[in-house]
Design a protein around this ligand. Structure first.
Ligand SMILES: Nc1nc2c(ncn2[C@@H]2O[C@H](COP(=O)(O)OP(=O)(O)OP(=O)(O)O)[C@@H](O)[C@H]2O)c(=O)[nH]1
Ligand SMILES: [Mg+2]
Length: 285
């Protein structure tokens, strides 16, 4: 006799929205660990990032995406927007994240992609910034007529407010499936090297993001790992010669601080001692 494996609620949950609404903060808060990098600067997330959460009867795969924006018309933007569109199309549930009380044109730009979907939840983040929660009512009324959301959930990712409720609402929409064969304790499908490079990129943006364009990239050139130790050589690629002194800072003090903070986070991530060497390269292309 064939006994079918039990079905659980499982699937992909796309986290989409304009830049800076707190998509990555939400992703990290749900999974309980820093997986996506977060910063005050727009367009911090550049790629799609998958992270996993397993509960007794549910498996969630969250897909954090780059902020959707049409303001700057460049190749990079086009590619990032394509990523968002793709993820929306395969997701089982879509979270359209917006900022409480702050609906901009770039929020409206996403609506055509979501309008025909029956599986989109409007997630109103940053409600901790509202002076009075009553301000939410007129805000919701204004948005409701733009797009037929399956539900509207006010949250605060920073204060961990209503995240459990959000997970329950997501569960209601998730399809019944066989369990995905992934380990209970894995958190992301990104390589450890990618996560290390993202941590380094975060420190750069935190310290001098206002002065550098978001095209600044980080790559890991060398990763030599032994049982207790990792030697990492990372390259920070900037677009102009003039960016190099900004990155270095006076007497190299910016770079020293970036390296120290990044190393500290990478140690926490991989639980080994870390030797981190960083060099800066100017890529005129
Ligand atoms: N007050 C408050 N701030 C928040 C909350 N969630 C996120 N933020 C802040 O909003 C800023 C942007 O957060 P991110 O998570 O990087 O935003 P994002 O939507 O992923 O941005 P991109 O990747 O650039 O599209 C950061 O400074 C966060 O600390 C929240 O619930 N309340
Ligand atoms: Mg992000």
């Amino acid at each position: 006799m064939n006994i079918a494996p039990p079905l659980i609620r499982a699937g992909f949950i796309a986290i989409v929205g304009r830049p800076n609404v707190g998509k990555s903060t939400l992703n990290n808060a749900i999974v309980g660990k820093k997986i996506s990098i977060v910063s005050k600067k727009n367009q911090t997330t550049r790629d799609r990032i998958n992270s996993f959460l397993t509960r007794k009867n549910e498996q969630f795969i969250f897909v954090d995406t780059p902020g959707f924006q049409t303001k700057y018309d460049g190749d990079m933007n086009r590619i990032m927007n394509q990523t968002v569109t793709k993820v929306i199309n395969y997701a089982d549930v879509i979270l359209h994240v917006v900022e409480a009380g702050k609906w901009l044109k770039s929020d409206t730009n996403l609506v055509p992609l979501l309008k025909n979907k029956k599986n989109t939840l409007l997630v109103i983040n940053k409600i901790d910034l509202l002076k009075n929660l009553n301000e939410l009512f007129p805000f919701v009324e204004r948005i409701k007529i733009l797009c037929p959301y399956a539900g509207i959930i006010p949250i605060s990712s920073i204060k961990n407010y209503q995240l459990e409720y959000l997970l329950n609402e997501i569960t209601e929409i998730l399809p019944r499936k066989e369990k995905f064969p992934f380990e209970k304790n894995i958190l992301t499908d990104c390589s450890i090297q990618f996560m290390a490079s993202e941590l380094l990129r975060e420190k750069i943006f935190r310290l001098i993001g206002d002065e550098l364009p978001y095209s600044t990239t980080v790559s890991i050139d060398q990763w030599n790992e032994t049982k207790h130790h990792v030697k990492i050589v990372a390259c920070v690629m900037v677009g102009r010669k003039t960016h190099k002194p900004i990155l270095l800072g006076k007497g190299g003090n910016h770079m020293k601080r970036i390296a120290t903070e990044a190393r500290h986070d990478i140690v926490k991530l991989i639980k080994k001692s870390v030797f981190l060497e960083i060099y800066i390269k100017v890529n005129k292309g």
